[in-house]
Design a protein around this ligand. Structure first.
Ligand code: GLN
Length: 193
């Protein structure tokens, strides 16, 4: 299985490290040609406005949208904003791949970033992990096609639909590989469908 990490801006290096720790071949994706070689892709956290602009400049926007309709994408933090259907007040278009409504910077400014325990339910098993929230967005609404996978207090912090997995925090900044393993499992399920 070959996994791509979109590497145009943001925290792609740590995602690649995480994949390498899990013995997965990780490809840094900067071109549509590289994307075409991947079975699944991670869109990392960073700055969604910058990420969007650079993705469009590199001709990756349309290919990623098509990719997400057939294959699996894991969007973390800014990556979640990019794949969402609805981001009220956001000046940019989104890839429109998962029926969630997202509020950007919903916990406050950079100084209000924090680490706290999030509760996940992955493949029927409860799992708690450290959630690193950096100017994190909030999922404020989910459509019927969306399955909720985790909470921080009352907030939904992880969710999925058929092809798209999202979380509002940075799982690559902890030693906990649970969400990355869940993503790999989702990719491999799609490969064998
Ligand atoms: N605040 C950023 C945005 O709105 C997301 C932050 C992050 O990815 N850590 O794009």
């Amino acid at each position: 299985m070959r996994i791509g990490v979109l590497a145009v801006q943001g925290d792609f290096g740590k995602h690649r490290d995480m994949l390498l720790r899990l013995d997965i071949e990780a490809l840094l994706v900067r071109t549509p040609q590289a994307l075409a070689q991947c079975d699944g892709v991670i869109i990392p956290g960073g700055e969604s406005t910058t990420l969007t602009t650079v993705m469009q400049k590199h001709g990756l926007w349309q290919p990623l949208q098509e990719f997400g309709r057939r294959k699996v994408i894991f969007g973390t933090c800014a990556g979640l904003i990019i794949v969402a259907n609805e981001v009220p007040g956001h000046a940019h278009s989104t890839l429109d791949l998962i029926d969630i409504t997202v509020a950007r910077n919903a916990y406050g400014r950079q100084v209000d970033s924090f680490i706290d325990t999030v509760k996940l339910e992955l493949q029927g098993a409860a799992h708690t992990m450290e959630g690193v929230f950096i100017r994190a967005p909030k999922i404020v609404a989910c459509g019927n096609s969306v399955h909720i996978l985790g909470h921080y207090r009352k907030d939904v912090v992880a969710a999925e639909n058929e092809h798209i997995l999202v979380c509002t925090f940075h799982p690559e900044l902890t030693d906990d590989t649970a969400l990355h393993r869940y993503f790999l499992h989702k990719v491999s399920r799609h490969l064998h469908d």
